[in-house]
Ligand binder design. Structure first.
Ligand SMILES: Cc1cc2nc3c(=O)[nH]c(=O)nc-3n(C[C@H](O)[C@H](O)[C@H](O)COP(=O)(O)O)c2cc1C
Length: 361
């Protein structure tokens, strides 16, 4: 599929996750098969653009095109200015955040809170599209199904966004009220897809090959976007892409290969954050890799004591070397999912389940 002039490698995308999908992680995901990646959200507040946090989030050095930057805010003019600012710094696609459930973005209710105020949401969309037209930069929108179960207006916002010139819509199948609780539902995503001509991306609780296939089939969406299931498992994109293309599963990755990829990721991570912040912020990534592996819990405990890049690298190297003596490959994806407490995503939401039961009958 395309976003404007950009032909994407495949329909399996990595979701923007603040504090996770920084430039090193996005590059790793793309290298391991993600067809598309968007930056973490960047604030539309001009007074914060020069902060270390925002400049790191706006770092795209070496990243493969298209460079997509997500912006967040509540004021149409500020959002338009933020779009122009990021285009000047290399953004080739601008994504508007109407999906983040955090109470405050930019000191005001932003992200998915904008879905409560359709007039303001549309003003923002129109202003951002107008700011991007001169440089022919496509604008995309990421949102939830609505504010709460009684206010589900994804369809109406998606239609208005398409009319305003937005070129792709991603829907996370939860309301803002749900946060990350409960299950994502895919009926609203299917409705949005059926109503729009532009590409629609399905997001929420997609944690593996079969789930990706089923969500694509159920919603008719053009692509899937994977967030939490890629934490510590960035090769999921290659696995899903391979499965969608061939219907067969790839072998789980070799421990030695994962060790090398993680060490390279850490080096890139330190180069962006420096030693003090880099060692600390890398702990969560390492923790996600090892959480289901033998000895992983003990290792995470030890990891928190290490303060230097060299010591952290050595510890990771040793952990995976020892693991490699017990197994050639990481546990297969299903085994991995069963063992990871965080992966409660395998269950099918009721309507999807019913559809498959009907189809099987
Ligand atoms: C730690 C974290 C940070 C997130 N940050 C953002 C963000 O900056 N922008 C955004 O649009 N969504 C953000 N999200 C939402 C994800 O993009 C995605 O919609 C959500 O996690 C559901 O997908 P999943 O079930 O595959 O994780 C974030 C999610 C998580 C878990």
């Amino acid at each position: 599929m395309n976003i404007g002039p950009y032909l994407l490698a495949n329909p399996v995308f990595v979701a923007p996750m603040a504090g996770v999908t920084d430039r090193p992680f996005r590059m790793l995901c793309k290298q391991l098969g993600a067809g598309y990646a968007v930056s973490e959200m960047v604030t539309s507040r001009r007074d914060l653009w020069d902060t270390l946090k925002t400049s790191r989030r706006a770092n795209h050095a070496g990243e493969a095109a298209p460079i997509a930057v997500q912006i967040a805010g509540t004021d149409a003019q500020m959002m338009a200015d933020a779009a122009a600012y990021n285009i000047d710094r290399g953004a080739q696609i601008i994504d508007i955040n109407m999906g983040c459930p955090a109470k405050k973005v930019c000191n005001k209710w932003a992200g998915s809170a904008l879905m409560q105020d359709e007039t303001l949401a549309l003003q923002i969309i129109e202003a951002v599209v107008a700011a991007c037209v001169p440089s022919r930069v496509p604008v995309t929108l990421k949102m939830r199904t609505g504010w709460c179960s009684t206010h589900q207006n994804a369809l109406s916002i998606a239609r208005a966004a398409e009319s305003a010139g937005v070129q792709m819509v991603t829907v996370h199948g939860r309301t803002r009220e749900q946060g990350y609780k409960g299950f994502a539902e895919y009926d609203t995503i299917a409705e949005v897809k059926a109503a729009l001509r532009i590409p629609v991306v399905a997001n929420g609780d997609i944690d593996g090959c079969e789930k990706a296939r089923d969500v694509l089939a159920y919603t008719g969406a053009d692509a899937v976007m994977i967030g939490r299931a890629a934490q510590g498992r960035p090769w999921i994109f290659r696995e899903v892409e391979h499965f969608l293309a061939t219907g067969t599963h790839q072998a789980a990755p070799l421990v030695a290969v994962v060790r090398r990829q993680l060490l390279d990721h850490l080096l890139d991570h330190y180069s962006l954050y420096g030693e003090f912040t880099g060692v600390r912020s890398a702990r969560k990534h390492i923790g996600w890799y090892v959480r289901t592996l033998p000895g992983g819990d003990d290792f995470r405990g030890r990891l928190n004591q290490l303060q230097q890049c060299s010591a952290q690298l050595q510890a990771v190297n040793d952990f995976f070397d020892e693991l490699g003596e017990q197994m050639d490959r990481l546990p297969a994806a299903t085994e991995y999912a069963d063992r990871a407490g965080a992966f409660r995503l395998q269950q099918q939401p009721p309507k999807l389940q019913q559809k498959y039961e009907r189809a099987a009958a």
